[in-house]
Design a protein around this ligand. Structure first.
Ligand code: BGC
Length: 431
């Protein structure tokens, strides 16, 4: 190994930021945390029951209003399925997610959402609402918000029953109430994929989001969900896996966490997802500059920035001789360019290994995918997952090496256009 790389590895490891993640050692704890959550003795994984039934057929020709509240955007559309299960998406509109630009109160949040709904209100009395925040789903399909995260600030919103609160606003405006079905984006992604691959048979399904935030859902046997008093059949479980707290954080993970709106919470999400990772890489680079790993000129350049976006880091990894922000700044020195590469690449490697713990944990816990002709289908969504071929290559490698070869579980990743909108419509119409 060249000396420069050895120095980077030494720096990262001595600050707890290395990519030397022992996947095997972490798997057992992750599975134990899943099991505790299913028993109702939550450690850090909430393991939220969704009450979503799987396997019914989608009503054809019935329109449903679909809303998608994510970490950045709020999307509204009307979705109708045709005879071949093809989705028609009409009246699509995209707005800013209320609470992202500035701190607001609950009333402003609810009124803004109803304003967004107005153009499609007359089109259906059912609303499938993909709500990508920790939310307890109620048996009637509505949901109680546990609390916003991903740096969204809405005062007084924790504990609100989302559909019921929106109905109160609709009524106060003299408008008709709607039937709201709330679901998480992981669940929507999973529903978009069930039965969608002709010529294939899947042993089970996982919904994975790696975008602004991260999370996974999967299908659990009801007899293993002790906190739900039903024993026959299967139910989708929203793990809220971004909340996992057993991933061995390093110095910069902890410093970043302390500066967020919800310190201590969603620790794994803050290590891997788009809302945080640019800043995490920035803090690591500043630390490396402090330790003398970069030239004084590059250290000055870093000091002059406030932070980085994950896109800045990903652009550099993909095109180290390009003309994006970091590549331009590192042009003058081969050493700076290589050090920068080693540090950013190591962050992507670390995320791929952490994600392998997350996915591998689900495969081992459920015992699914042991026949290579019937792998588990992982429907993956999110810009962070889909925008970096470097990351995907690493993830595929670790899943094969750590899970397939060691334990004999097979899985495959698929992604669809409009998976969230379509999955929300499917789930909303079927439940
Ligand atoms: C939320 C999850 C969501 C994930 C991906 C997390 O911050 O807590 O509910 O599924 O982001 O959007």
């Amino acid at each position: 190994m060249d000396r420069q790389k050895a120095k980077v590895i030494h720096f990262l490891e001595s600050h707890g930021m290395g990519d030397n993640i022992a996947v095997d050692a972490l798997l057992e704890n992750f599975i134990e945390d899943m099991e505790s959550g299913l028993r109702g003795e939550t450690k850090s994984l909430l393991m939220i029951p969704t009450y979503m039934e799987i396997g019914k057929s989608v009503p054809i020709g019935e329109p449903i209003i679909v809303m998608d509240a994510g970490g950045t955007n709020f999307r509204v559309a009307l979705v109708t399925f045709g005879g071949e299960r093809e989705a028609q998406i009409d009246h699509f509109a995209k707005y800013p997610m209320p609470g992202t630009e500035k701190r607001i109160d609950k009333e402003t949040f609810l009124n803004t959402v109803v304003d967004y709904m107005e153009p499609v209100l007359g089109k259906s009395n059912k609303v499938g609402f993909c709500f990508s925040f920790p939310t307890e789903i109620l048996p009637d399909g509505d949901g109680r918000l546990i609390g916003f995260n991903k740096e969204i600030e809405v005062d007084g919103s924790a504990g609100m029953v989302v559909g019921e609160s929106l109905n109160a606003v609709l009524e106060s405006r003299g408008l008709e109430r709607k039937r709201f079905i709330l679901l998480n984006d992981t669940v929507a992604a999973m529903f978009s994929g069930i039965g969608s691959q002709p010529g294939k048979s899947h042993d089970s399904y996982i919904g994975l989001i790696l975008g602004t935030g991260t999370n996974t859902c999967y299908i659990e046997e009801k007899k293993h969900i002790a906190k739900v008093a039903e024993s026959d059949g299967y139910m989708a479980i929203n793990m809220e896996s971004g909340g996992y707290d057993g991933m061995c954080r390093g110095e910069y993970d902890k410093a970043l966490d302390a500066a967020t709106n919800n310190p201590g919470d969603h620790q794994y999400e803050k290590m891997v997802s788009g809302a945080y990772r640019g800043d995490l890489i920035y803090r690591t680079l500043r630390g490396a500059a402090g330790a003398g790993l970069f030239s004084p000129a590059f250290a000055d350049f870093l000091a002059g920035l406030n932070t980085l976006s994950l896109k800045d880091a990903g652009d550099f990894l993909a095109h180290p001789f390009g003309d994006d922000l970091l590549a331009s700044a590192a042009k003058a020195s081969e050493d700076d360019r290589r050090t920068l590469y080693y540090i950013i690449d190591s962050n992507f490697e670390r995320v791929a290994r952490l994600m392998t713990v997350n996915i591998g944990g689900i495969l081992l816990k459920t015992g699914k995918g042991q026949d290579p002709t019937r792998p588990v289908c992982i429907i993956a969504e999110g810009t962070v997952f889909h925008s970096s071929s470097e990351f995907r290559r690493k993830l595929d490698y670790h899943i094969k090496k750590e899970i397939e070869e060691k334990y004999g579980h097979y899985c495959e990743f698929v992604g669809f256009d409009d998976a969230t909108l379509i999955g929300t419509a499917v789930a909303g119409l079927m439940n």
